[in-house]
Design a protein around this ligand. Sequence first.
Ligand SMILES: [Zn+2]
Length: 183
Amino acid sequence: MADRDTATGSIGLVQAFVNSVDLEDGPEKLTTPDALADWLSGQGLIRGASAADADDLKHAIALREALRGLIGANSGSAVYPLDVATLNEAASASKLRARFGADGKARLEPDVGGVTGALGRIVAAAFTAMADEDWTRLKLCSSQTCRWAFFDRSRNHSSRWCTMAACGNREKARRFRAQARKA
Ligand SMILES: [Zn+2]
């Protein structure tokens, strides 16, 4: 899906995590605890051989979907209390704290290692991303079956679909059929 706009940095990490599943067509990348550990290590969020268990996987998927919900707010959806609670739980579980790096810059870092800490790093990335004005460009595709996170590069922040070729055209066809029925 090279044509679906991707972001970089903290926003890019949040986007990559949310898009670790393609709800419309698959695949799901986080199928097993091992697949989760691989994905986190591929993003540099855990070092070495860190094992994940079934609970980790459950927490990771819950966090991912809570982040998807939060991104939905950039596309005009409500913020759901359950998503907020899930994010706060992940922040607490990983014991995120303010740290000043050797570069003199402040960041949030987890005091806990392993998968819990890695998920905390994703929450920290969301925290950092929200301070960036570009955060509001991270949106969900308006197709209810897609809900892919895309980075809206349009000048007036008006994109609603992950790609016009896929969801936008499908939606246009749906509307066309609905109008044809009416006529
Ligand atoms: Zn879409």
